[in-house]
Design a protein around this ligand. Structure first.
Ligand code: 4NP
Length: 157
């Protein structure tokens, strides 16, 4: 999960998907991480407003530490999901030839037509709720997609 600062949107997506994976007992099969395209907040925990909003919905973000995207991410992960079009463009420009990861927008998995998770950093509380609404809906669909892939792989084995 990738955004600009790795303190608001991508840690939220990281925490939400991780919880959904735990609930399904799939934590041995699927690993989640998050990063920022910028260096602005390296080493910091998520924004306290993100932590608080997520906690009210049962997601724990406080143990996460912001990091910047690294070149090895393009080979280490099957998917790199951007929160908005600007993050997507940066990812596409930074991706090496023969990149393993499929680079997409998280909201490619959204049930509705919005394509980007708006940056809540300069918004009020409402912005953080909107992030959670969009991220929860998309992570449910993304996890369903991953489960299909896992089942297909297990059927082949
Ligand atoms: P994020 O939000 O990309 O969702 O983590 C932001 C956090 C910090 C800044 C911008 C966006 N900033 O400019 O410091």
């Amino acid at each position: 999960m990738v955004c600009l600062g790795n303190i608001c949107r991508s840690p939220t997506a990281h925490g939400v998907l991780e919880k959904l994976i735990q609930n399904k007992g799939l934590y041995k099969n699927i690993e989640v991480d998050s990063a920022g395209t910028s260096h602005y907040h390296i080493g910091q925990p998520p924004d306290p407003r993100s932590i608080a909003a997520a906690e009210l919905r049962g997601y724990q973000l406080h143990t996460q530490i912001a990091r910047q995207l690294r070149q090895s991410d393009f080979q280490d992960f099957d998917y790199i999901l951007a929160m908005d079009r600007s993050n997507l463009k940066e990812l596409q420009q930074a991706s090496p030839q023969g990149c393993r990861a499929s680079i997409q927008l998280l909201l490619d998995y959204s049930p509705d037509s919005q394509d980007s998770v708006p940056d809540p950093y300069y918004s009020g509380e409402h912005g953080f709720e909107l992030v959670l609404d969009l991220v929860e809906a998309a992570c449910l669909k993304f996890l369903a997609h991953l489960e299909h892939r896992l089942q297909a792989a297990q059927a082949e084995a």
